[in-house]
Design a protein around this ligand. Sequence first.
Ligand code: SF4
Length: 420
Amino acid sequence: MSDRRVTRQVTLGDDAHGYVKIGGDAPVSVQTMTAGFTYEIDRCVAEIHKLAAAGADIVRVAVPERKDTEALTKILHQVQVPIVADVHFHFERALEAIEAGVHKIRLNPGNIQDRDQVLRVIDACKERGLPIRVGVNEGSIVERKDKQKRMTELGGVFSDNKHGHFLAIMVAKLEEYLEIFHERDFHDVVISAKSIDPQLVISAYQEISRRFDYPLHLGVTHAGPRETGAIRSVVPLGHLLASGVGDTVRISYANDPVFEVEDGLELLYCLELRQRRGAELIACPSCGRIQVDLFKLVQDVRRKLAEQIEMPIKVAVMGCIVNGPGEAEGADVAIFAGDRRGIIYVQGERVANVPEEEILDRLLEECRRFQSRVERGEATLGQKNVAILPPDPIGELGSGFDKIAAGDVEKTTPLTIGGE
Ligand code: SF4
């Protein structure tokens, strides 16, 4: 991991919705966007609550029509997370959203270009201390319609990059747009340069991070369904974040935006850019040695942990004893399955040996009990007290082969380990 690139810092929010800082030394934030209509107030509020509960630091809403901005005041009264208004084509929507009390505006230089209109939005934000994101998208920059002309004009600018044409347009567009902001000495700006192409995303953000000191909003636009969009997003965003570039992230899926929040957070946890909230679940991939319905168990454990555990307890669900101990090293609570049973360990100490149908409840009970012990100061996260011994069938290096040869394997099933 490289040191994080230092950017200017902007703050959004208020006392009622909390404050989020983007850039500078602030933790990388996670944001998402509601998928429903903003004018459907109750549904919009419910969706914002759901996204905030999933861990979204900031939630953006679309305001394509007047009825959407008219809904904002009622929405803002009912939610507790900073709200961004996403504005395209009509600068009036930005002014209405600002009036309604949103905490940040997103403008697209590809479709709001009139200098006076942009200045009016800047002035309104300046008056209220609101930041603006200038979000260039490969898909909405108008110059792409005249590709050949722009290639001639800009082709040489990034000629060593296979995306040189789009890269040049995106950078040029940003520079041109930001001049309007500089005219007003307005610097509460966050910038983004999204594309569907992961390599262009990397190149674009690397380039704008060299040219501007504004905080960067990272994202891959139109990444598609989560099944493929996750890789498409995490590869460039992970690369950039690991190299110190990026101050806030939005992952975009054609799916429930809760997944965007969950995956954005997991990415930041993996890179240790955010302190984990809730349990960390590790699980084996399953293989021909499996003796319980591991996939179902893992999904059930994941869902219940999210509901019941607030601490970053590390929980391991392992399908058998062969690789279980090694893979679960360091887990606070671990289960090794075998022979339709599960052996549960808490920080290396065996606490239960239960049939398959009782694994879920018992594992969660142990997680809750462990959480309470940590709360009372009787246990410490990540501190293993007792080494988990390797399974008996392996024992001394090579001894397993002798046992197999002697037909002794049945007597040394995983459930017989550790003296039981
Ligand atoms: S822990 Fe056991 S069941 Fe799971 S993948 Fe490893 S060997 Fe296979």
